[in-house]
Design a protein around this ligand. Structure first.
Ligand SMILES: Cc1ncc(C[n+]2csc(CCOP(=O)(O)OP(=O)(O)O)c2C)c(N)n1
Length: 371
């Protein structure tokens, strides 16, 4: 099936990371020439900057990734479970593709999506066996096709925006990735900031992203990062968290202060329970019910714990604040005051066909809160 496919896509999930199968996946991809789409929890399982890395799939995946999946004639699913954030409408999901599901848990087979072939077992063992069987293949035509899709839909890239006096969350994540050279361990919470992190912090290494996936537990990031610090004393660790989620476990600043540990906390402060606000904007005629959010002064809150607090309101302040945070011992909390009503694009509405994406309006300024 793999050798005969004309338009194959690998779907790499958390199983790749958990099975320590990243290097093996790299070898498999080099041999078969098959491009790789990742789930949220699969990020870093295959290097994001590799030429055959497509990016994240699903609800907030890149448009071209979802289009490639819909055009594929074969999906090779590795340690992932076809959850609803990945498939959208299951009736119209990748209908042209045969599906091979390599998965440890037999209960996942045919649970969400019917597959043509199931290989149950540790994905590392499965890949090892497959590697000697598959042929080295040139897939230029298919890769060119995906490249042309990418050309169509990369308009959502906001990095080139002229507004230096304003701050978009995407700017913060991009700059954080650039300044830390993609090497930090990022612990993200749940919401828009989690998706922007996934889109703009390019993870080239496994186990460098810790995030609450299926359970989506707000308040996860700060305590999880404290745990990560004890497990990884020498890593550079960044918490990426919304103003809502941060307030759910902000008391753990005391724990971090008491233990005297080093952490950097990037609060993506948009003054809303942003992901819910976005759904209210898109699907409930902009009725913002219980999503506007009042927060304490996060700089003073950090200082009240004897920690360092910084505030950033413009893009040209990001670099200096990140550098200061990296150089300062103890916990540093940065209150990034980002655009309040920005949304995560593209978005496949829940249960919709992967083609039915909501894209970033153009020109971009239409989305700004103060326009
Ligand atoms: C404990 C908990 N309560 C509620 C939710 C539902 N929920 C998902 S995202 C979100 C909003 C998150 O807001 P914020 O932390 O400010 O982050 P933003 O989306 O603005 O980046 C909510 C309420 C959840 N995932 N977890």
């Amino acid at each position: 099936m793999i050798d005969g496919a004309k338009r194959p896509v690998i779907l790499a999930g958390h199983g790749i990371v958990r099975a320590e199968a990243s290097a093996l996946l790299g070898t498999f991809v080099e041999k078969t020439g098959i491009p790789v789409a990742s789930t949220l929890l699969g990020l870093g399982g295959f290097p994001a900057t590799h030429g055959l890395a497509l990016g994240m799939m699903g609800m907030h995946g890149e448009a071209w990734v979802n289009q490639a999946i819909q055009e594929a004639d074969l999906l090779v699913a590795l340690g992932m479970r076809f959850d609803d954030r990945v498939t959208g409408n299951r009736e119209t999901y990748a209908v042209n593709a045969k599906k091979i599901h390599c998965e440890l848990d037999p209960a996942e087979i045919n649970k969400n999506v019917r597959v043509d072939l199931a290989l149950v077992g540790d994905v590392k063992d499965t890949l090892t066996s497959l590697l000697s069987l598959v042929a080295k293949t040139d897939r230029h035509g298919w890769l060119d096709r995906i490249g042309s899709l990418k050309g169509d839909s990369s308009v959502r890239d906001i990095q080139q925006m002229p507004h230096q006096d304003r701050l978009f969350a995407a700017h913060v994540m991009h700059d954080l990735w650039r300044i830390t050279e993609g090497k930090a361990l990022v612990v993200s919470d749940v919401g828009q900031h989690q998706m922007w992190e996934a889109q703009y912090y390019k993870h080239d290494y496994p186990r460098k992203l810790i995030t609450s996936g299926g359970l989506g537990t707000m308040g996860f990031a700060l305590p999880a990062a404290i745990g990560a610090r004890f497990a990884m004393p020498d890593e550079e660790i960044w918490v990426v968290v919304g103003d809502g989620g941060f307030q759910m476990t902000a008391c753990e600043l005391s724990t971090a202060a008491q233990e005297g540990i080093k952490l950097n906390v990037a609060i993506i402060n948009n003054g809303y329970l942003g992901m819910v606000r976005q759904w209210q904007q898109f699907f409930y005629d902009g009725r913002y019910s219980a999503t506007p959010l009042r927060s304490p002064d996060f700089v003073k809150l950090a200082e009240a714990h004897g920690l360092t607090g910084l505030r950033v309101t413009k893009r040209d302040e990001v670099e200096g604040a990140v550098a200061l945070a990296r150089a300062t011992p103890g916990v540093v909390v940065i209150d990034f005051r980002v655009e309040q009503e920005d949304s995560v694009y593209p978005m496949v509405p829940a249960g919709a066909d992967l083609h039915d994406m909501i894209r970033r309006p153009s020109p971009l300024v239409e989305t700004a809160a103060d326009e």
